[in-house]
Design a protein around this ligand. Structure first.
Ligand code: SAT
Ligand code: MN
Length: 594
């Protein structure tokens, strides 16, 4: 097991509080993974899919009241409210512990408490960090096996006194003696996803779903890690990482920040339509970036698998994801076909008769509202199963980042692509990012909201300080920092049709980005940034009307002028904590528009 005294004490203290029936230290073995799946199947939480169609894979249906991240139940518990900032829900740490203590007391009665030591990043990498999750959910154990690196090898690196982030999770449903469990235990009315940035602890209660429960992901790798990154001079970002190779063999690594369910997984695994170009995946959701001695920024993907949105994924939009999820995967809240396969909206084949929906009922397709798969249905698949996983994706040294892309879902206004004038201007672009809300979080879908750097739900401290941290990183890295771009695949024309085909065709924009990193590629200077000239994006072989292309690259000065007050209002939220550099950037934009 371990001789780590602090770890053993913490486990003992937690067991004392939660009173589980049993304690299991996870070793990360294949046997252990299989055991978890079987436990879920035996208890009625999961069912095996057909061994022919989806070998060694299970289907899990969650409680309908536990299907997505709950941002209004997510708290940053810093000593001072100002350190959580205006975009987070804050609670005093002591007050939160007063709330949590009675909830956690005896909360694991009738259940097994699993101790899951995990590494975010290749075990032993200088960019990696270690966490230990205590959870009463076998679903969490199995998912953590795929999403992180779990087990004895992590304890070895931790040694007797290594640092780890303690993460406590409970579904919040103790069982009375002899009480039969429900298929998806949770405590829908009492969810708390809480973070203590000063002591670097995570406590999560009441939900078993995704980012609420797999605490290595958003809770650690983004909220807590963003605080560590600020303190230690690195970056923890909500970004995919891809490796782009040109026909001439020029290699660039690109990190891209898009909000949840805006196509990060698709972009990370893209099949270029441009001949000779190659995209390979390093990561699809999170990037940890640190400076190396050469002064450049290097990134690792702290994760080990994909927790991807199922609906919309098919062999056209993302054949590589389809291959990655073809076996050894966990499916949550998707539909099930009579032959034991999975089904979701826009998968490759039409819905068969006798399809079972995510509620476990025979699907009645009254209208487009009644979906067979929940819009936030997910697959959990090992990254190693992705056919285009990059050969260097587990390089402990990380990959040198050449470009950073920002983007969101914007049906109007924002052009297809632009480059920032500078790192400071790029920080400004990221800080004013906005996107239409998706089903990844509970709440109204489609609403436009500011989502700076796609970190709105994930920044563990005051976002104004986070903006300052971006500026500070730029000041340290100087000219060696990645070039910054803003892209938008989601533009629609007035009649509603998509202006840009997206998916594999996005390689055309990546080509321009690659050229720009080498000082080539044509641009025209506009008030909002450096836009590709009308023929700078290679549209060879693409049947796109000239008018649409012009519209995609048009800068409507009047429309942008109207955005200035919205930007000011957004910035006003941060009061005098807002870095003056960003006000300066906004003032300059206004001047350039006039
Ligand atoms: O549930 S998760 O937070 O892991 C997915 C997402 O919102 O990106
Ligand atoms: Mn995400």
């Amino acid at each position: 097991m371990t001789n780590h005294t602090a770890l053993k004490d913490w486990v003992a203290k937690t067991a004392e509080l939660c009173q589980p029936d049993k304690i299991v230290w996870c070793d990360g073995s294949k046997d252990e993974y299989q055991r978890m799946l079987q436990i879920m199947v035996d208890s009625g939480s999961a069912q095996w899919l057909s061994p022919e169609r989806k070998p060694n894979s299970i289907l899990v249906r969650s409680d309908p009241a536990d299907v997505a991240r709950v941002e209004d139940r997510t708290f940053i518990c810093s000593n001072y409210e100002a350190d959580a900032g205006p975009t987070n829900h804050w609670k005093d740490p002591e007050e939160m512990h007063e709330i949590l203590r009675p909830l956690f007391r005896n909360c694991m009665r009738g259940r097994t408490m699993y101790i899951i030591p995990f590494s975010m990043g290749p075990v032993g990498s200088p960019i990696a960090h270690i966490g230990v999750e205590i959870s009463d959910s076998p679903y969490v154990v199995a998912n953590m096996h795929i999403m992180t690196r779990v087990g004895s090898k992590v304890l070895e690196v931790l040694g007797d006194d290594g640092e780890f982030v303690p993460c406590i999770h409970s579904v919040g449903k103790p069982l009375a003696f002899g009480e039969k469990d429900v298929p998806w235990p949770c405590n829908a009315d009492n969810k708390y996803i809480t973070h203590f940035p000063e002591t670097k602890e995570i406590w999560s209660y009441g939900s078993g779903y995704g980012g609420n429960a797999l605490l290595g992901k958003k809770c650690f790798a983004l909220r807590i890690a963003s605080v560590m990154a600020k303190e230690q001079g690195w970056m923890a970002e909500h970004m995919l990482i891809l490796k782009l190779t040109s026909p001439q063999g020029v290699v660039k690594h690109i990190a891209a920040a898009f909000p949840s369910a805006c196509g990060k997984t698709n972009l990370a695994m893209l099949t270029p339509t441009l001949p000779g170009w190659k995209v390979e995946t390093v990561g699809d959701d999170i990037a940890w970036m640190k400076f190396k001695e050469d002064g450049y920024l290097y990134a690792i993907n702290p994760e080990n698998g994909f927790f991807g949105v199922a609906p919309g994924t098919n062999t056209k939009t993302n054949p590589n994801a389809m291959a990655a999820l073809s076996k050894n995967s966990i499916f949550t809240n998707v539909g099930k076909t009579p032959d034991g396969d999975v089904w979701w909206e826009d998968i490759d084949r039409p819905a068969p008769d006798l399809l079972i929906d995510w509620h476990g009922k025979e699907w009645v397709h009254y209208d487009s509202v009644n979906k067979a798969a929940h819009p936030n249905a997910r697959f959990t698949a090992p990254a190693s199963q992705c056919p285009v996983i990059a050969d260097n994706w587990e390089d402990p040294a990380g990959v040198k980042i050449d470009a950073i892309l920002f983007g969101g879902r914007r049906s109007t206004g924002q052009p297809l692509a632009l480059q920032s004038f500078s790192w400071e201007h790029g920080t400004f672009l990221g800080s004013t990012m906005a996107s239409q809300k998706t089903a990844a979080a509970a709440g109204k879908v489609g609403e436009l909201r500011f989502d700076p750097m796609a970190m709105l739900p994930f920044c563990g401290y005051n976002m104004a300080d986070y903006f300052q941290h971006w500026l500070d990183m730029g000041a340290t890295g100087g000219d060696k920092m990645p070039r910054i771009f803003y892209v938008n695949w989601f533009r629609r024309a007035e009649d509603g049709h998509w202006l840009w085909p997206g998916f594999g065709e996005n390689s055309r924009v990546l080509k321009w980005v690659c050229e720009r990193c080498d000082g080539a590629g044509d641009v025209v200077e506009t008030p909002i940034g450096l836009l590709p000239t009308n023929d700078a994006i290679d549209t060879t072989g693409l049947d796109i009307p000239e008018d649409d292309m012009a519209e995609l690259l048009r800068v409507d000065v009047d429309e942008w002028k109207q955005k200035i007050p919205l930007f000011r209002e957004h910035y006003a939220k941060f009061g005098d904590k807002l870095p003056s550099e960003l006000t300066k950037q906004l003032d300059s934009l206004e001047e350039r528009l006039n």
